[in-house]
Design a protein around this ligand. Structure first.
Ligand code: MIG
Length: 817
């Protein structure tokens, strides 16, 4: 959409203000600015003069409205909340935003523009058999904003390529990238998140484009330092998030689109997958193998071959004669079963396949514009596709999971939901993509075109699945994994990044890719460890599993044509590296689970780029091969073969080596660290308390020990709150939580460690607390609660003073002498 750089001015004819909004009338259209919250403004511009009706499936939530004060002065309208202001130039229609102290940002260069758009101009791929239907679908609307020179542009959802998206044009349209080796620089993928944040020292602001239509951002590619927002659908609608930090933007974004779900604890363990563990004997042998080799595991994923002819919600009774018994055998080993479910339902009518028959009877499937059922080809050959925009359909689909729940399945993996459809059976030559026509109508009232809802197909499938599991098993938190997603999907599902390859490039790509998603409010993400396509190999797998131990969602997976890719497939050295990496994951679970609770409360991503914690250090913005794991840890992954040491930029503060306990120095400063295979650098920030459990083979085993690794800062006090609950139910919502506040005085003030009495109604099982205070030198003695401790020890190698006590839930104070 190459509109002229400057759209013509759009003088306001008049304006009216309401309690929370202000509307200006223009010769062509209406512009409305609304205070959605004191720190969130919404701007809508409809050239037709009619704003689109709200959609029942909108990913954006209604917030209690906030007051907006409006006055006119010097030919401008000034609109203010306590946290944010906007200024509209009455002669041009251009809007800009500012902080309460008057720093401008997101300034329009001109009024919004609009015009009719041809499909070819959008660059939409693979859309034969499709024309944009007449009306709003063909009207593209956009606006251009000034990009400050010192702003970095981050977020932008799921893509390949660099973290900072300046100089890129990015579009939003969910597609299956089923080609091996999609790589650096790829634009739209399986998921679409039309949101970003602009970060500069002292000010971060964010933007959410409220459009599910084809849309995009040109981030200074077409014109240097000019940001263009554009969308089909005939209306420009976006939210400005006031920040002023990246954490505040993610909080604002997830207040609008929903907080990330709290996964059950088991879902944070290790998941092993393959396309496919195809018989019950394979699956049981796999589980036994993990247990015999003492490699921790919490879940096995069953890919499409468990089904009878790829019919969803059925089992192949030859391969899995007694699925419930198989699932129970896994459960007895502490391993959960996750089954894949695709949206395509085999067009199998009159043969007793209840899913297809009930779907047709209930009219739950998409229909073509001529009223015929829409069908396309996927794994089960000719298939029908549920309309997930319809609430009735979502209910039906959710209930279908009852058959899986009865068998004992614990999690559901939604695949192919972009949706991915082809034009003939996969086995025939010349297979090409066959999308749902854009003019197909969706929703209970048929109120929207597929052109509007396409990007929500996976999002609403994940929602239907989560809501079904919640109804079917109300006492337990559902767990859903999805490939396609939109902003807001974080409420219902974790996601993986689709079909990567067993290449170093793909390991590397995962670093900024997952970090970008975290900035878009989606914290529970991971990629296929080892690589999906191709044959993985020892060094790559070893590096990937030591990195993957820190992915919020940790799963190894491989293509059906790949060589075996289990932790022991690459010989004893790699097997032991994998065991250690997975054991470390399990030891870190108390820390990771706290991070999951924090994400659930405020959206805070646990896998995040340095700029999230250090937004004032512009020289760290481009660093994407160091990742913060929550606010307390930083990993420095190895991205290439042969490397056994690497350069690390220490951000401000003092830093420790997690493996050796050594103090590494004070940033900002560069540092070189050794990184032998199996020992990727892991750093801890001064002022931290890392909580570690004992090694367990699965989260079903009790946590007998809780170790608090305490790292004082030189100058600053440190705070941390450990958050625990039963790991499984919703009782935490009614206060069944355990929160333990920790405080560490800086070294300059004696490194006194204070543990507050536990808060909340959840009681952890009896366990030993091991306090390990990292100090430059052995103290002369230690007192605990004013009494000298007899029984402590100095670990000279790790430079830590260690005390063991029973965890009595009471407050304690540890003072080194
Ligand atoms: O057309 O179910 O991304 O994880 O193993 C391929 C088989 C369909 C694509 C998924 C992949 C999965 C595979 N699926």
């Amino acid at each position: 959409m190459d509109d002229p750089l400057l759209a013509p001015p759009m003088p306001a004819l008049d304006w009216v203000s309401e309690a929370t909004a202000c509307v200006t009338r223009h010769e062509h259209g209406l512009l409305r600015l609304e205070a959605v919250a004191p720190d969130i403004l919404r701007l809508r511009f409809a050239p037709s003069g009619r704003f689109a009706a709200p959609r029942p499936w909108s990913p954006v939530l209604e917030l209690p409205p906030a007051g907006l004060s409006v006055h006119e002065e010097d030919g401008r309208l000034w609109m203010e909340t306590e946290r944010l202001s906007a200024r509209l130039d009455l002669s041009s229609g251009a809007v800009s935003f500012a902080t309460p102290d008057g720093r401008p940002f997101a300034e329009d260069l001109c009024a919004p523009g609009w015009r009719e758009v041809a499909l070819e101009e959008t660059g939409l791929q693979h859309l034969p058999d499709t024309e944009l239907p007449p009306g709003e679908a063909r009207i593209g609307v956009g606006v251009r904003k000034r990009m400050a020179q010192d702003e970095g542009y981050f977020g932008f959802g799921q893509r390949d390529g660099r973290l900072d998206r300046r100089h890129r044009r990015l579009t939003h349209w969910t597609v299956d990238r089923a080609a091996p080796g999609h790589g650096l620089g790829e634009d739209n993928l399986y998921q679409a998140q039309p949101t970003f944040m602009a970060v500069r020292p002292g000010l971060t602001w964010g933007l959410l484009l409220n459009s599910t239509w084809f849309s995009g951002f040109d981030v200074g590619r077409e014109y240097e330092d000019v940001l263009t927002l554009f969308t089909l659908g005939g209306e420009l609608d976006y939210y400005i998030l006031a920040g002023p930090t990246p954490a505040a933007v993610v909080e604002q974004l997830t207040r609008l689109t929903g907080r990330p779900l709290l996964p059950p604890l088991w879902a944070l363990g290790f998941h092993q997958s393959r396309w496919s563990y195809g018989t019950d004997r394979d699956v049981r042998a796999l589980a036994e193998d993990f247990r015999q080799r003492a490699i921790p595991l919490d879940a096995i994923h069953l890919d499409i071959d468990y089904m009878d002819g790829y019919r969803v919600f059925t089992w192949d009774r030859e391969r899995f004669p007694e699925p419930a018994a198989t699932v129970a055998a896994l459960q007895a080993l502490g391993i959960r079963t996750v089954t894949i479910v695709d949206p395509g339902v085999k067009h199998d009518l009159g043969t007793g396949y209840g899913v297809a028959e009930s779907g047709v009877a209930g009219d739950y499937f998409l229909r073509r514009p001529d009223g015929e059922l829409f069908s396309g080809w996927v794994w089960p050959d000719e298939s029908l596709f549920p309309d997930f925009c319809s609430e009735r359909t979502r209910h039906w689909w959710g209930d279908l999971h009852g058959s899986l729940i009865e068998i004992g399945v614990d999690g559901v993996w939604c695949d192919m939901n972009e949706p991915s459809i082809v034009d003939r059976p996969y086995r025939e030559p010349g297979v090409t993509e066959f999308p749902i026509p854009l003019a197909v109508r969706q929703g209970d009232e048929g109120e929207a075109l597929h052109a509007e809802t396409h990007n929500l197909y996976g999002h609403l499938m994940a929602r239907a699945t989560w809501e079904g599991l919640e109804r079917l098993r109300p006492a337990r938190r559902p767990w859903v994994l999805t490939r396609s997603a939109f902003v807001g999907t974080q409420r219902w599902a974790a996601s993986w990044m689709g079909d990567n390859s067993a290449r170093w490039e793909d390991l590397e790509t995962s670093l900024p890719q997952l970090a970008s998603l975290g900035l878009c409010g989606a914290p529970h993400v991971g990629v296929d460890i080892g690589g999906f396509y191709g044959h993985s190999f020892g060094e790559l797998y070893g590096r990937w599993i030591e990195l993957g131990a820190f992915y919020p969602f940790m799963r190894a997976h491989a293509h059906c044509d790949s060589r075996p890719q289990e932790p022991w497939s690459f010989g004893p050295e790699i097997e032991s590296i994998a065991r250690q990496a997975i054991e470390l994951r399990y030891r870190l679970l108390p820390y990771f689970y706290t991070l999951a609770h924090r994400a659930h409360r405020s959206g805070e991503p646990w896998w995040r780029p340095l700029l999230f914690d250090f937004p004032d250090q512009a020289d760290l913005y481009a660093i994407e091969d160091q990742i913060m794991i929550g606010p307390q840890m930083m990993i420095a992954p190895i991205r290439a073969p042969g490397l056994r040491r690497r350069l690390i930029e220490l951000p401000p503060g003092c830093w420790y080596d997690f493996r050796s306990g050594a103090r590494l120095g004070v940033g900002p400063a560069p540092l070189v660290m050794d990184a032998p295979l199996g020992a990727m650098p892991i750093l801890v920030r001064g002022g931290s308390v890392i909580t570690l459990g004992n090694v367990r083979q699965s989260t079903a085993e009790p946590l007998g020990e809780l170790m608090l690794e305490i790292y004082p800062d030189d100058e600053a006090e440190g705070f941390w709150t450990l958050i625990e609950d039963d790991g499984e139910s919703f009782d935490y919502q009614d206060g069944a939580l355990a929160e333990t506040d920790c405080r560490i005085a800086p070294l300059s003030q004696g490194a006194v460690f204070t543990l507050a009495a536990r808060r909340g109604e959840y009681r952890p099982a009896p366990r030993t607390l091991i306090l390990r205070l990292h100090l430059p030198e052995a103290p002369a003695g230690l007192t605990l609660d004013e009494t000298a401790v007899e029984d402590w020890r100095w670990d000279a190698e790790l430079r830590a003073a260690e005390v063991r006590i029973d965890d009595d839930g009471q407050g304690h104070r540890l003072v080194p002498a």
